[in-house]
Design a protein. Sequence first.
Length: 329
Amino acid sequence: MGKMIEGTWRSDTWIRNQQGEFRREPTTFRDPIEADDDATYRVEADRYHLYVSYACPWAHRTLIVRALMGLEDAIGVSVVHPHMLEDGWSFDTDFDGATGDRIGNRQFLRHLYSDADPNYTGRVTVPVLWDTERETIVNNESREIIRNFSTQFRELATNGVDLYPEKVRDEIDEVIDAIYEPINNGVYRSGFATTQEAYDDAVTELFEALQRWDDHLQDNRYLCGDVFTEADVCMFTTLIRFDPVYYGHFKCNIKHVYEFDNLWNYTLEIYQMPGIAETCRFDHIQSHYYYSHETINPTRIVPRGPYLDRRADHDRHRLPGGIATPSPA
């Protein structure tokens, strides 16, 4: 896992403390995009370009929100190759769905970061929201990118979807905070742990949190009641990867997600929403994790299974609610 240090790429850096615990570094580019003509980064169609990996759950969030809102024509996308090796994310195109750099013809994602800041120090991660006008990175924090899409980009959206409805905004923020460390990052804390104690702590916290939200979904259609929000997007991108990758590769094997009645039905409902399945590329997901993490899987053998029927019937329709569509003003 590599890192830029004062503009120079280093391929031998890992983020773990002396206890063997994985530590995720904070993202660096955190500028907002605003629906304001005087803003440095103002909302405009065709100005911003999104760099993603289909494998990455953080990048997947941005693809889902873009699709649900109907922002495909307003925001272009480039998809990296799923194999992240010594040079980091690459723009190689010898894997179905990997597009190359559609606007800059770069070889590696790190070149995007060095173009934005020649002295950049930090991780080279996806998603990245690039400003084609100022030729720089606006934001590389997934939570802030989807918030910008779901609020500031509403004027460009072709679907009347509200993923941050005003009546539950505080709850949405609280839930996203609540699931981040034990679940979204918990799978990584389990998989990248290098001591038994660090792994045991992370995986125990992970499954306690999964059980808590499974219980919550017994009487609630979504994480924030009866309306689908950003919080559900943030939960879904971890759940949809859980059985194909995290269960085996990251040793999160106390229980499959499909063994949680409510979490599995919830996952099926979201997967079957219009536009969602098209953002889920399991070939990229499994190939990335099993091939890229040589320290965990030195043979780089990518498993064939599991075979899961994600189009199976589910019982979520017994509960009220759905995606919020704003009423005309």
